[in-house]
Design a protein around this ligand. Structure first.
Ligand code: PMP
Length: 281
């Protein structure tokens, strides 16, 4: 397995980062994830745009333009022979003597990428549907930044794992913000999709945006508004979206079945449409 680190393609066990890296010390960095289907990157321009925006929000210079990023990603995908899976990118504020304030502006950022081979399209969880639990959202106030400071999501995903379910939806002031690593959607009994509007309270999901476009193209109404856990429990369908899960039907929330307790037609249709888009159909 080959990883990319600071301009080099290296065997996995030779790629080392110094202990004074600010990613290690402070989680002072940004990451991004793009899916790979049939050896090609999915919706990658949007992921690279979000990477650029996240870096800008925390004042890290983007080391590459989008064309260079894509060239490096493509080379790494090819070197690893990944046909289906994901490419992970991370940029930290670099290596410097430990101090909270930024190091000198000429400190080079640490740039790292790896790939993971993974079944995305034929994911069996999408056949059965995922169960989720709801937990309090413990995160900071700039969740629109895709920061590597993920302790709250680590604890949240662990709560899901201990409950024996695939995902946890986070809740703030009674409303669902998003999943620990996904965007939350519900479908109402009269067939409208509901998802939270973009703000600093959640990550602007790239898959969210694509699914909203696909939903609109098929004539579905999408409402961007807050929704409560009670409303989710009473929904006819629920699902979540992410670069690696695509569109994942949710069949139970907090142990209570959603709709018929099986993947619903709207989520299944949107998953098919998203897969077709990802394949470039
Ligand atoms: N919200 C959070 C908190 C996430 O970690 C992710 C996954 N990166 C998402 C939403 C989904 O975003 P995307 O569709 O861009 O993968």
């Amino acid at each position: 397995r080959i990883v990319y680190l600071n301009g080099e393609f290296l065997p996995f066990d030779q790629a080392r980062v110094p202990v004074m890296d600010r990613g290690f010390l402070f989680a002072d960095g940004i990451y991004e994830v793009s899916a790979i289907i049939e050896g090609r990157l999915v919706d990658n321009a949007a992921h690279l745009a979000r990477l650029d925006r996240s870096l800008g929000e925390i004042g890290i210079r983007n080391p590459h333009d989008a064309a260079e990023w894509e060239r490096l990603q493509t080379e790494l995908v090819a070197k690893n022979g990944v046909v289906e899976g994901l490419v992970y990118m991370q940029v930290t504020r670099g290596v410097y003597e430990r101090d909270f304030a930024f190091p000198p502006a000429d400190t080079p950022p640490t740039v790292m990428m790896f790939t993971q081979a993974k079944t995305v399209i034929a994911n069996t969880l999408a056949e059965t549907g995922a169960k989720v639990v709801t937990v309090e959202d413990l995160r900071w106030k700039r969740r629109d930044i895709k920061s590597v400071a993920l302790l709250a999501q680590v604890l949240t995903k662990q709560a899901a794992a201990e409950a024996g379910v695939a995902e946890a939806w986070m809740v703030e002031d009674g409303a669902v913000t998003e999943g620990s690593s996904s965007t939350a959607f519900i479908a109402t009994k009269d067939g409208r999709l509901v998802t939270r509007p973009l703000s600093t309270a959640l990550l602007p999901g790239i898959t969210r945006a694509a699914v909203m476009r696909l939903a609109a193209e098929t004539g579905l109404t999408v409402e961007e508004r807050l929704f409560s856990v009670d409303e989710a429990h009473a929904a006819s369908e629920a699902f979540y979206t992410s670069a690696s899960a695509f569109v994942m039907p949710v069949v139970a929330i907090d142990g209570r079945p959603i709709g018929e307790g099986v993947p619903g037609p709207v989520a299944r249709r949107l998953r098919e449409l998203y897969i077709a888009m990802a394949r470039g159909d």
